[in-house]
Design a protein around this ligand. Structure first.
Ligand SMILES: O=C(NCCCCc1cc2cnccc2s1)c1cc(-c2ccc(F)cc2)cc(O)c1O
Ligand SMILES: [Mg+2]
Length: 214
């Protein structure tokens, strides 16, 4: 049967990117998705904003919802301080399999733990099963209609602390209107919009950074 888009992307990474060189993995994926096949990675333009926020926060414990092929896992993990870790959650087994290989190729497997399953099931397990006290940084990039319920779940599971930063992809395209309304109107968050474009296109999109105020 025909290979899948993520499989073709992984093949390209293994042929073109230098093993252990995270930046070459990032550049190779961006070049491929711009020139050959679009894919729903956060991309280079929004990725630079992601980098800037990760460097600012310098999280010890980061959570990513929506791994896909591991592109943003590599972007985040390459910037983490030694001893820090990224937990990334993926629902689709085939995507998760590809993502593990991409993260390994980038040499970042020791900083990234990939969990397979639905965010709604895994978030309540983070404390007992994964030893998480509170989260320093969360990147939301999964089902757009899960951003709000999962943010409420993170609150209810006491996984947020004063200063925890949430960064949400695709708040314009495909759009997360209920989430935006919530974080922009709630007194418990200080939100800021970073205007950008949908990965590899000229369509408008952006990231919303929201700081939990406790
Ligand atoms: O759907 C998107 N991302 C989510 C897919 C992952 C589903 C998961 C659910 C789930 C549940 N629990 C745990 C883990 C997970 S992962 C997405 C889509 C576009 C897009 C697509 C077409 C288009 F024309 C314009 C934009 C752009 C993007 O940047 C995206 O991120
Ligand atoms: Mg996205």
């Amino acid at each position: 049967t025909r290979s899948t888009r993520p499989q073709r992307l992984l093949t390209h990474v293994k042929q073109r990117a230098r093993r252990g060189d995270a930046q070459s993995v990032i550049t190779t994926i961006d070049d491929y998705c711009r020139a050959r096949e679009w894919a729903m990675n956060v991309g280079d333009e929004k990725g630079s904003i992601l980098d800037q926020v990760v460097c600012e926060v310098s999280p010890d414990v980061a959570l990513e919802l929506g791994t896909y092929c591991g592109y943003s896992s590599v972007r985040i993990a390459r910037l983490l301080p030694p001893g820090a870790r990224l937990l990334t959650v993926e629902f689709n087994h085939d995507y998760a399999t590809i993502a593990r290989e991409v993260i390994d190729w980038a040499g970042l497997q020791d900083r990234v733990q990939l969990l397979e399953g639905a965010s709604g099931d895994l978030i309540p397990q983070l404390r007992q099963k994964h030893g998480i006290e509170t989260l320093d940084f969360i990147f939301l990039d999964h089902w757009k209609d899960r951003y709000l319920p999962d943010t409420r779940l993170l609150e209810d599971c006491s996984l947020l602390r004063r200063g925890t930063v949430l960064l949400a992809d695709n708040v314009i395209c495909p759009g997360t209107p209920d989430y935006l309304e919530y974080v922009r109107s709630s007194p418990r968050y200080q939100s800021q919009y970073f205007s950008s474009h949908l990965e590899y296109t000229r369509a408008e999109d952006g990231l919303e950074k929201s700081v939990f105020l406790g």
